[in-house]
Design a protein around this ligand. Sequence first.
Ligand code: NAP
Length: 259
Amino acid sequence: MFSSLQGRSAIVTGGSKGLGRGIAEVFAAAGINVLITGRTQTDIDATIAELGDRPGRVSGLAADVANPNDCQRVVAAAVERHGGVDIVCANAGVFPQCRLEDLTPEDIEHVLSVNFKGTVFMVQASLAALAASGHGRVIITSSITGPITGYPGWSHYGASKAAQLGFLRTAAMELARKKITMNAVLPGNIMTEGLIDMGQEYMDGMAATIPSGRLGTVADIGNAALFFATDEAAFITGQTLVVDGGQVLPESAAAIADL
Ligand code: NAP
């Protein structure tokens, strides 16, 4: 049994949709007060309305993680509303597909700005508040794509997700003496609006390659993030947790066909 996280304060970037909303839902159910962000106010409002009836309070703020000033505003709002920041989930991300031959400098800059720099800016903005909490937690949403696997059209995206882990390993060391842990969840294919936009054919094809035989749910990711947030995970830092139903395990298509 894990210690209660009731009353802790969390920021979930990209909490207005998809995986972030799933993390926010699991956290609020555990009694954690959650500040969700995203750039689109209407999505934030819809998620707050949906997650309103939980033990933890859910509120929101429109902010762009690629803008360091916005990250500072998010932290200030969490401190004001919830008395501090104990947990930061650097989850906001974009995953446009573009083949290498068509990639422009702007495409690369966009993906790195949100996924990599946005992670760094959000963590930097939270440092003082996380240190003050005495049990700070940073949980990064990376991906299997980049650190472990590849997929056509996602060379820049994969690089941004691997970059988050390069950042993680040194930053986790720098923050350890401040009792801040920093870990990453590496989701496989999870059912979100973003993934649904890829089309039914993509989703069916993906499910067929996963030993568990299904795509993940946002709660699968929320529960993994919740574990890293617990007091019992205090001695785990700089680590990654793949949450993918075994997707990265098969050596070949034949291995799946033999199941
Ligand atoms: P999603 O459904 O498209 O949600 C993305 C969230 O990020 C939204 O709340 C979005 O809100 C926000 N966001 C995007 N750009 C932002 C910015 N510049 N500033 C602030 N917020 C921003 O995507 P998702 O599938 O949940 O993905 C979330 C994370 O999980 C990403 O880091 C992604 O790489 C990772 N991931 C997802 C999967 C999967 O299967 N879905 C697998 C592996 C990893 P606005 O658009 O309103 O800003």
